[in-house]
Design a protein around this ligand. Sequence first.
Ligand code: AMP
Ligand code: MG
Length: 328
Amino acid sequence: MICLGIESTAHTFGISIVDDKGKKVLSNVINAYKTTKGGLIPAEVADHHVEVLGEVLSQSFDKAGIKPEQVGLIAFSQGPGIGHCLRIGAGTARSLALLLKKPLIGVNHCIAHLEIGRFLTKAKDPVLLYASGANTQVIAYEAGKYRVFGETLDLGVGNFLDSFARELELGFPGGPKIEEYAMQGKKYIKLPYSVKGMDISLGGLQTNLSQKIKSGHYSKEDLCYSVQETVFAMLVEVAERAMAHTGKTELLLGGGVACNKRLQEMCRLMCEERGAESFVLENQFFIDNAAMIAIAGLEMFKAGMSTNVEEAGIRPYERTDQVDVKWR
Ligand code: AMP
Ligand code: MG
């Protein structure tokens, strides 16, 4: 079956076409809203999505080389996310489902980050370390649900890195710039390390870093290096504890921060030390993308799930463990 997936939880509007026969991602087109200064204003991001959706849709069909009639299922990200943005994706999905007379399925965005890993790698039952802009969670399947074993108590790690980079005047998005500077870092600067049980907290570290930047005593390179070592160690610690608790032997990375090679290396080392395996994806499948929505939608539909057009609203605050997992 061929599924068309739509992603629009935040800055990224994407449409992907996936054929579950042979597990082929036929197209995965995204157009992400960018700013040169400041953050996201929901209404402006929604305007961006409306502007680009026609182009993204036709590009996705062109790249996939299929006709709309060949699509058997429409999947869309239903939540969690920014209401203004979610509404554009949901509206597009409902229109397409009615127009093409095809079934519709609403997908949880966080769970989709995990399902794409199960689809594209050999991982069967991984713990997901999901580190993106707004979200930072450790998620795994346990007793019939996807459960959050640990998460950030304040900032998402990507947003934290972006605001740290802004203070260092490295531009946006900050993560890739920090990674570059970190490679030139020579000295580890001691920073607050804040793991609370299964959760992490980044607010105190953020304040501490502001003070260090203002003092002018430290090089950008050493600060970036030290931030990566500290924050990634916190992530790896909670991910490892979730693996120990659940007895799972696979770790999957997800979210834009997972593009970071040092984080990938630290996860690989942790897994090697405990006889587990760590799985990484291509960057296009780490960042927000619609292929993961199509893939999760296919899994759900095959298990008999679907969403009526009349009930296909958005769920901006949906929690991972609220989803009824019928497909596993
Ligand atoms: P997402 O919200 O999943 O699309 O991820 C976006 C976040 O990923 C932004 O905060 C970026 O700064 C961050 N990011 C992207 N590439 C990297 C990288 N190489 N290292 C660290 N963070 C990154
Ligand atoms: Mg995401």
